[in-house]
Write a protein that binds this ligand. Structure first.
Ligand code: HEC
Ligand code: HEC
Length: 232
C-alpha cells in the first residue's frame, strides 16, 4: 500500500501527464456477459503486435512501470504485483489492452496504461524488453504440502495450454506461469474460477469450475515451482 502511494506520488512528479488521468477505468463486456468471446480482435492490440518493437527503446519506456513491477520486472511476492520478466509479448500486450478497454479490472494500474502516458508503440517496445529479462528464481512459493496433488491436476488440466514447464505460448496468448508468485497465481486462479477475472479464457474457466479452494491452492503451489531451463 505504502509502496503504491509512493510510486503514484513519484509518477505524478515525473509524469505530470498522469495527474490529468483522473478518469475511471471503463467497463467493457467480460465473461459475466452473455455473448462474451475471449480475445476478440482489438485494433490497438493488432497494431502493437504488428509493430517492429525494440527492447532498447522499451527499456527506457519501462520507467513508467517499474515503481510497481520493479526495475528487474519481477514484481513483489504477495498477491498484488505480478512478476513480468520473461513473459510473452502477446500476453503483456493483450493484458494491457484489456485493462485499457475495461475487460480486465485494474483500477490501480489504469492511470499508467492509457494513451495519455504510454503509446501503443511504446507498449510494444516494453513488451519486447520484458521478454529479454530473466524470470526470478526467488519468486514466492506456496507451503509445499500438496505438491503431488498439484502436479496431478496441472498435468491433467493445465499443461495443454500453459505447457509442461509452465512456459506458456506466445502464439496463443497463453501466459508463462513458471516463476510467477504463488499468492498472485492463487488469486488469479480463484478469480478466474469465480468469474472475477473478466477477460479469462472460458475454456479454462470450464476446467476450473470443479476445483475446490484446496485444489486451487495445490495447483498454484505446483505452478509457482515450475522453472524454465536456465538461459545460457
Ligand atoms: C501503480 C502500480 C502499477 C504500475 C505503475 C503498473 N502496473 Fe502493471 N499491474 C499492477 C497490478 C496491481 C497488477 C495486477 C492486476 C490484477 O490483479 O488483475 C498488474 C498487472 C499487470 C499485467 C498483467 C500480468 C499478468 O500476468 O497477467 C501486465 C502485463 C502489466 N501489469 C504491465 C504493466 C506495464 C507494461 C506497466 C507500465 C506501462 C505497468 N504494468 C505499470 C500494478 C501496476
Ligand atoms: C484452454 C487453455 C487453458 C487451460 C486449459 C488453462 N488455462 Fe490458464 N490461462 C489461459 C489463458 C488464455 C490465460 C490468459 C487469459 C486472459 O487473456 O486474460 C490464462 C491465464 C491463467 C492465469 C493467470 C496468469 C497471469 O499471468 O495472470 C493462471 C494463474 C492460470 N491461467 C492458471 C491455470 C490453471 C491452474 C489451469 C488448470 C487448472 C489453467 N490455467 C488451464 C488458458 C488456459
Amino acid at each position: 500500500m505504502t509502496r503504491t502511494l509512493i510510486s503514484l506520488a513519484l509518477a505524478c512528479l515525473f509524469f505530470p501527464g498522469i495527474a490529468g488521468a483522473t478518469e475511471k477505468q471503463p467497463r467493457a463486456k467480460g465473461i459475466e456477459s452473455p455473448g462474451y468471446a475471449w480475445n476478440t480482435p482489438d485494433p490497438d492490440l493488432n497494431r502493437a503486435l504488428a509493430y517492429k518493437a525494440s527492447a532498447r527503446r522499451g527499456k527506457v519506456a519501462y520507467k513508467i512501470c517499474r515503481g510497481c513491477h520493479l526495475p528487474d520486472g519481477t514484481g513483489q511476492a504477495g498477491e498484488v504485483y505480478p512478476q513480468l520478466a520473461g513473459q510473452h509479448p502477446s500476453v503483456v500486450l493483450k493484458q494491457m489492452m484489456d485493462i485499457r478497454a475495461g475487460r480486465r479490472d485494474n483500477p490501480k494500474m489504469f492511470p499508467f496504461s492509457g494513451e495519455w502516458i504510454v503509446s501503443v508503440e511504446e507498449l510494444a517496445d516494453i513488451a519486447a524488453y520484458l521478454k529479454t529479462l530473466p524470470p526470478p528464481a526467488g519468486n514466492g512459493k506456496g507451503d509445499g504440502t500438496a505438491l503431488e496433488r498439484g502436479k496431478a491436476l496441472y498435468d491433467k488440466d493445465c499443461a495443454g495450454c500453459h505447457g509442461r514447464n509452465g512456459e506458456g505460448d506466445n502464439k496463443r496468448f497463453h501466459p508463462l506461469v513458471a516463476h510467477q508468485h504463488y499468492d498472485y497465481l492463487l488469486r488469479e486462479t480463484r478469480e478466474s474460477r469465480d468469474q472475477g477475472r473478466r477477460n479469462a479464457s472460458p475454456e479454462m474457466v470450464k476446467v476450473l469450475r470443479g476445483y475446490s479452494d484446496a485444489d486451487v491452492a495445490a495447483v498454484s503451489d505446483y505452478m509457482s515451482r515450475l522453472t524454465l531451463p536456465a538461459r545460457p
